[in-house]
Design a protein around this ligand. Sequence first.
Ligand SMILES: [Zn+2]
Length: 70
Amino acid sequence: MKMCELCEEQAKKSRSGKPHQNLSKVDGPRLFKGHNKRSFEEQDYQCQICQARFTHSTNKNDHAWTLWRG
Ligand SMILES: [Zn+2]
């Protein structure tokens, strides 16, 4: 499936940034307790236009935005 333009832009955001206007949250945030008391959260989003799915992570060692291709 072809991604919409907003998702194309979203996938390029390596640093944190806001989800685009047509991304809706899927379920609630997941909290992870990492080593050295470094916890982080992940939140899934799905685009209402093209159905692309992203996961946003606050883990500094990971990409902020991960695109899940179908
Ligand atoms: Zn989209």
